[in-house]
Structure formats: structure tokens, C-alpha cells
Write a new protein. Structure first.
Length: 113
């Protein structure tokens, strides 16, 4: 069982919360983007006009994800290579959900990545 966030220092706990929200949001938008690209390029479906905003939204959400992940990495004193792996997790469908779970568990346990 992992320790609750309240046992973490305040600056790490709030950075972890921001990271979790953005990791999940990035993962959802990446899945939406993946479905849109499959529909558009593989299934050759005619996409509605609003579908053109999906890549833009995912790009901005991913950018904010990078910022909040770097913030958590600095505050929790992560090592550079694992930090890079966490940053890249937002580029592979479903991986951001898995990595978010592992990062949360280890951070709450007080372990460095």
C-alpha cells in the first residue's frame, strides 16, 4: 500500500497532483488523436471540420504536460534518464496512464525515479 499524498512535502504533493491531471489529460487527447488519425488516414473517412483542432489541442496539452512533469522532476529530484522516459510517455497511446500510476506510487512512497 502506498502512503497518502498528505505525507509528502507540500511542494511535491501539489506538483504530483498537477502531474497526474496532465498525464491523464494528455493520455486522453492522445487516444482521441490516434482515433482521428486512423479514421482520416487508414479508413479514409471524411472528417468534420472541427476534427482539425484535435492535433492542436493535443499539442498544447502535451506541452503543458512537459512543463508540469519537469516541475515535479525538479521538486522530487528525479534522475535525468527516468525523467526523459516519463516525458516521452505522453507520445505513446496508453503509456501515459501506466507511467502515471507507477510515478504516483513511487513518488508517494518517497522513492526517486
Amino acid at each position: 500500500m502506498t502512503a497518502p499524498t498528505s505525507t509528502l512535502p507540500q511542494h511535491i504533493g501539489s506538483a504530483l497532483t498537477r502531474y497526474r491531471v496532465l498525464a491523464i489529460t494528455t493520455g486522453i487527447w492522445l487516444l482521441v488523436l490516434t482515433v482521428e488519425m486512423i479514421a482520416k488516414y487508414i479508413l479514409k473517412l471524411d472528417m468534420p471540420g472541427w476534427a482539425s483542432i484535435i492535433p492542436v489541442v493535443h499539442g498544447w496539452v502535451y506541452f503543458v504536460f512537459l512543463l508540469v512533469t519537469l516541475d515535479l522532476a525538479v521538486k522530487a529530484r528525479w534522475r535525468p534518464v527516468p525523467t526523459l522516459g516519463v516525458l516521452l510517455a505522453g507520445t505513446i497511446p496508453f503509456l501515459s496512464f501506466i507511467v502515471e500510476h507507477k510515478v504516483t506510487r513511487r513518488t508517494r512512497a518517497g522513492q526517486r525515479l
